[in-house]
Design a protein around this ligand. Structure first.
Ligand SMILES: Cc1cc2nc3c(=O)[nH]c(=O)nc-3n(C[C@H](O)[C@H](O)[C@H](O)COP(=O)(O)OP(=O)(O)OC[C@H]3O[C@@H](n4cnc5c(N)ncnc54)[C@H](O)[C@@H]3O)c2cc1C
Length: 416
């Protein structure tokens, strides 16, 4: 059980300046971004790495670029890893079976698009954090309760009590810390369920090294992904908002199976075998204005609900939030301010960087609910966004631009 208590206490001696609960991409990124800060960081995760996490395992150029921004050595370590697969681009297949290929441009250089199981990706980030001199990393150690005092936070873990000046909740989608301190009621339209399974012997006639997105009518607006992995297996999955699932009485596993047995995926799955059970999880998608900090507390990644509303992609913003939090934390220590009012600057900076992405993709999601418009976009709009897929700086700039939707509309109206 997870217990939170607020109380007054003075003159606390602290074991750490910062304690991070959760060493997924968000928590590890925050720790790594603090490596030269001089702050003493405790990074805790309830699991022992390598550990799996239910995911599509897809990493965009923007995700990979986040590694470079954290530390170029980390990117080099990533690129040297066995078990990652470099993909050449994206294939979009409409409900009519028409496909469009959006290739990565050569200019992408090192920062391409990859699939990497979370077993190896998160392990890399955790090990990189643990190797920094100012970071004490505790795997297999749950945070079970916390007490916020006037001068710090007392953290009860499964292996003893620690204290810090400020607590970071990077403990994922069901974050006990977020629930206890901010207790937000997330509407069903902002909560998605996504499921995935691994298959072997999937046959893709036109080459395997593309991320495939299928858009059967019943699964819109998000569709079904099929991502190749380095070991020859494929990660196959589907997601939908809970509100839409309720409205359509949709069962995601059945929708996926239907498309495999007798639908858009059938030609590729004639000899395919499932090599894992189906696993699922909720994803809270981003919305500007949801509070993500409090007194002596910042939330990151899934704990803050920062996933993309159309794609469900959350690793990029998890890492980005870790980087933003690290900058804010250094301000906290410089100014000796850890209160809720001061921490609002963190919320502001997160939404400055992400709010337009959330808004643009929510509108795109609404448009993509129509199979006619989805088909039209795949044919006429997607090919014009090759540069966006390819250049991490542009991905962020474009999807955070107020002109993004206008560009989409321009290509819809004038057919490029
Ligand atoms: C089916 C599915 C497919 C997806 N596909 C993609 C994709 O292809 N690409 C993409 O970018 N995103 C994808 N996502 C989203 C992505 O998985 C998340 O956005 C991402 O994992 C967020 O990282 P995080 O560090 O915030 O949280 P997590 O990765 O969940 O890490 C949280 C960590 O906190 C730890 N923890 C929890 N409670 C405690 C505690 N009490 N004490 C200590 N530690 C604790 C956990 O063990 C865990 O290691 C997908 C999600 C789902 C469900």
């Amino acid at each position: 059980m997870y217990i939170f208590v607020f109380c007054e206490e003075t003159n606390m001696q602290h074991d750490f300046d910062v304690i991070i609960s959760g060493a997924g991409p968000a928590g590890s990124a925050c720790a790594i971004a603090l490596k030269d800060s001089g702050l003493k960081v405790g990074l805790f995760d309830k699991d022992i790495f390598p550990r799996d996490k239910t995911c599509g395992d897809g990493l965009t150029p923007d995700t990979v670029n986040q590694l470079a921004l954290l530390d170029p050595t980390l990117l080099d370590d990533f690129l040297k890893m066995t078990g990652i697969l470099s993909v050449k681009g994206v294939k979009l297949i409409s409900h009519k079976g028409k496909s469009v290929t959006v290739p990565l441009l050569q200019e992408t250089g090192k920062v391409g698009m990859y699939s990497a199981s979370r077993l190896i990706f998160d392990d890399l980030l955790f090990r990189f954090s643990a190797s920094q001199t100012n970071i004490s990393a505790f795997a297999g150690t749950s945070i079970v309760s916390t007490k916020v005092h006037s001068e710090g936070v007392e953290v009860q873990t499964s292996k003893g009590v620690f204290s810090c000046k400020i607590l970071i909740g990077a403990d994922g989608e069901n974050s006990p810390i977020a629930r206890s301190y901010l207790n937000l009621q997330i509407p069903d339209s902002e909560k998605y369920i996504a499921i995935r399974a691994y298959y072997q012997d999937v046959k893709l006639p036109d080459g395997v090294n593309y991320f495939h997105f299928f858009f059967p009518r019943d699964t819109l607006p998000i569709g079904i992904w099929l991502f190749p992995e380095a070991n020859g297996n494929f990660n196959v999955g589907i997601g939908m908002s809970i509100s839409l699932m309720k409205k359509r009485k949709a069962n995601l596993a059945q929708l996926l199976q239907k498309e495999i047995d007798n639908g858009l995926l059938t030609p590729y799955f004639s000899d395919a075998k499932a090599v894992s059970p189906i696993k699922g999880h909720t994803i809270t998608v981003g919305r500007k204005g949801r509070p993500i900090s409090s007194n002596r507390l910042l939330l990151l990644g899934d704990a803050a609900g920062l996933a993309n509303p159309l794609t469900g992609e959350g690793i990029t913003n998890a890492i980005r939030s870790g980087r933003v939090a690290a900058l804010h934390l250094q301000d906290c220590f410089r100014q000796n301010r850890f209160d809720a009012t001061f921490n609002k600057a963190y919320d502001k900076e997160i939404y400055r960087r992400m709010a337009k992405e959330f808004k643009n993709y929510r509108i795109m999601e609404a448009i993509n609910t129509s199979s006619f418009l989805n088909n039209y976009i795949i044919k006429n709009v997607a090919p014009h966004f090759t540069h966006v897929f390819s250049n991490p700086a542009l991905v962020n700039k474009e999807q955070n631009s107020k002109f993004f939707l206008l560009k989409v509309l321009r290509y819809m109206v004038f057919k490029g």
